[in-house]
Design a binder for this molecule. Structure first.
Ligand code: FEO
Ligand code: CA
Ligand code: CA
Ligand code: CA
Length: 705
């Protein structure tokens, strides 16, 4: 419930169907398609038929060093309560929820027999580790100190309130500000200094870099929407004992906290990006009305925005609004406009104020991943993870300056936000979300660029973007800048009665039932797929591209051919995490029902796989404990240490946390800070994967660098 599968749909625009596209496509292109693919594709629009139709000029090459490990078998039900890796590889636990981040304020260890408290939690890893990035120390050099020392920035996406508060029935317990503060402190981001000492990776304690950023951390709004009336929420004095209404409004440049930090990104200038995904669920609007808003039009605008972004009368069940009125979307109706952004954090300055960069748009951000062009143009690719939402690209107006870090400080404030349109012929367009263009006018409800950005989803509806099968992570190939995206699943695609997003932005994408199209070719797409594209001319700032489908996920033994997929290698589904290592190996992580039941009996528990983008061969590298998600992966610059996260092992909102997983404190992957203790709760954590021969993870041979 707290991390919904985004199966409710919140996007309701009437964008054109694949049939409209075919009719519109220019005759030369149609002939090209028919000649290349045959008429079967034009009738079936099978995505796999498009594979191979696109020019290979910019396609990713084979990984340097190849893929050198033997695939491991799936972890079938009953799922073993540990992480398994191929022979010759080892796992050790680095840091779990409640372990100290090593801040100079102290390093308390969580006591699993007690409810969590805010004061301790502010010095410890949050819950539910997700996207993360390793910043080598210092920032450059493949063979230097960065392979044994660096900063690990990690998202803590959401909480299991039952485990957090040691409640068996958390929904029934009266809400208190102490519980809310502990929950808020378990969200956000951790920054930890890591050192490899005596061959073992540890969190440095204390470290000047050790830091927590939470749902209450002071932040700055920046970019075109900053200062907008829509961002002037109620000003609260946020204290441990409660949020005190000052009777004043914030200035539109001020925000507090970040929540549901799902995946992430980073910048070429060495800052971390954390992305706000299902932030809507922390708000509730118990009345369905809004107070303190001047004018009927503004009121309607804000309420329809709450609907478009999924704010409901109850929220997801966190009940923060019960004890902390900042999160009440009726009495504080502009507060939700301070969420849904990409947040830039400078991990190298522990006193830096995180900045919400409004130029990158407001939606349910999965992540924001950079591509740097030959001329130092920088683009960031982003997905909006909800059924039938969109894929975005932000292109910085100013060029990245590799020689002057300070010159890049506000690069994310100016540029152009685009949304993707995937045509049926394998071409695509980036449609600009710029005020005054493509119907983004006052007459259509966009008074200025600030409103275009606060209402990014509605703007994308208006310009006619392509509704996608739940965009998750994006990975950019290290040498070609070819872009890959996981589309995790969409059980409403192609189901009846058909409906699509409409230009007036009045519907939620998740409620729509769009027909299949070329980029999302399967009805009831329960296993998902991975799509990729190449910008025209290899230019990251291009406004056109060519795309194809890299793989359709599935189970080769499924009785329905539609769900068998076309995987060259090990079956998997629900692709989510996606990352290229420096050698060009594509790592894929999954987020499915983790008990290996139902649709997953042959696929097993969640997993991480490794793909060769040139041959499309895919091998299973890692299997996970029951009822978790594998998410977040990065290596040291030499590729010899890999950090991976397991999120929410044994997840069970009822709080009956002992019956599905006791990982990692069961010691199955080696000792933890709490293994052997009297009370064991399953804990999300970061673990380390190394090769016993000291080689590069995933590669053939040792691959000396
Ligand atoms: Fe938090 Fe889209 O996964
Ligand atoms: Ca995800
Ligand atoms: Ca998830
Ligand atoms: Ca997911």
């Amino acid at each position: 419930m707290h991390h919904p599968e985004n199966d409710i749909s919140l996007n309701q625009s009437g964008n054109e169907s694949i049939r409209d596209v075919i009719d519109r496509v220019d005759p030369a292109r149609r002939r090209f398609m028919q000649g290349t693919l045959g008429t079967a594709m034009l009738t079936a629009f099978g995505g796999s038929a498009l594979v191979g139709a696109v020019k290979d000029a910019l396609a990713a090459p084979a990984p340097m060093g190849g893929i050198g490990f033997a695939s491991i078998p799936p972890s079938l039900a009953p799922v073993a309560d540990l992480v398994t890796v191929p022979p010759g590889y080892s796992v050790s636990i680095l840091s779990a929820w409640g372990d100290p981040v090593g801040s100079t304020a102290g390093s308390p260890q969580m006591n699993p027999s007690l409810p969590q408290n805010e004061a301790d939690q502010l010095k410890q890893d949050g819950m539910h580790h997700d996207g993360m990035h390793f910043f080598p120390f210092p920032a450059a050099g493949a063979s230097g100190i960065g392979n044994t020392r660096g900063l690990l920035c990690c998202n803590h996406e959401y909480t299991d309130e039952g485990i957090l508060h040691s409640d068996l029935t958390p929904g029934a317990t009266p809400q208190t500000i102490q519980r809310v503060r502990a929950s808020q402190a378990s969200h956000g981001v951790s920054v930890k200094e890591l050192r490899k000492v005596g061959g073992k990776w540890t969190v440095q304690k204390p470290s000047a870099f050790g830091r927590r950023i939470t749902a209450n951390t002071p932040m700055r709004m920046s970019g075109p929407a900053a200062g907008s009336d829509l961002l002037k929420s109620k000003k609260f004095d946020i204290r441990p004992a409660g949020s005190v209404d000052t009777g004043m409004l914030n200035d539109g440049f001020t925000a507090f906290g970040t929540v549901n930090n799902c995946a992430h990104g980073y910048t070429p200038w060495g800052t971390y990006l954390t992305c706000e995904e299902n932030w809507n669920g922390y708000f509730a609007n118990p009345t369905g009305d809004v107070t303190g808003v001047e004018g009927v039009d503004r009121k309607i605008e804000i309420l329809s925005g709450q609907s478009r972004y999924g704010i409901t009368t109850t929220g997801f069940g966190y009940r923060w609004h019960v004890a902390d009125p900042r999160w009440n979307a009726d009495t504080n109706p502009r507060e939700p406009h301070l969420f849904g952004w990409t947040v830039e954090i400078d991990p190298w300055n522990p006193n830096s104020v995180p900045v919400k960069r409004t130029s990158l748009g407001r939606f349910k951000h999965e992540g924001a991943w950079p591509a740097v062009g030959a001329d130092n143009t920088v683009a960031f690719y982003q997905g909006d993870d909800e059924r039938n939402e969109y894929v975005y690209k932000f292109v910085c107006e100013k060029k990245y300056n590799p020689r002057n870090r300070a010159a890049n400080r506000d690069l994310l404030d100016t540029g152009t936000l685009y949304v993707a349109k995937y045509n049926s012929d394998g071409t695509g367009q980036w449609l600009p979300l710029v005020w005054g263009q493509n119907g983004l006018t006052a007459a259509n409800g966009f008074a200025d660029q600030a409103e275009v950005l606060v209402k990014t989803r509605q703007a994308a509806d208006r310009v006619g973007a392509t509704m996608m099968d739940r965009p998750e992570w994006i990975a950019v190939h290290p040498t070609t800048n070819e872009v890959y995206i996981t589309l995790t699943n969409n059980t409403r695609r192609g189901t009846n009665p058909p409906s699509s997003n409409t230009p007036d932005g009045n519907f939620s994408g998740g409620s729509r039932r769009p027909p299949v199209d070329a980029a999302n070719p399967r009805a009831n797409n329960k296993y998902g797929h991975i799509l990729r594209w190449r910008e025209t001319g290899g230019n990251v700032g291009a406004t056109t591209f060519e795309w194809d489908i890299f793989v359709e996920c599935g189970d080769k033994a499924d009785a329905n051919p539609n769900f068998q997929g076309n995987i060259n290698g090990d079956d998997f589904g629900a692709p989510d995490g996606l990352w290229f290592d420096k050698d060009g190996r594509l790592w894929i992580q999954t987020d499915q029902q983790g008990d290996a039941a139902g649709d997953w009996v042959n696929i097993g528990s969640n997993t991480m796989l490794c793909a060769d983008p040139s041959t499309k061969e895919i091998r299973r590298f890692l299997t996970s404990p029951p009822n978790c998600e594998v998410t977040g992966v990065v290596t040291t610059p030499d590729g010899k240490t890999m950090f991976v996260n397991v999120q929410h092992p044994g997840e069970d909102w009822s709080g009956s946390f002992t019956n599905k997983s006791s990982w990692p404190d069961n010691g199955a992957n080696g000792p933890t800070t709490l293994s052997g203790g009297p009370v064991i709760k399953p804990r999300s954590c970061t673990f380390v994967v190394t090769r016993d021969d000291g080689g590069v993870i995933g590669a053939n041979g040792l691959t000396i660098r």
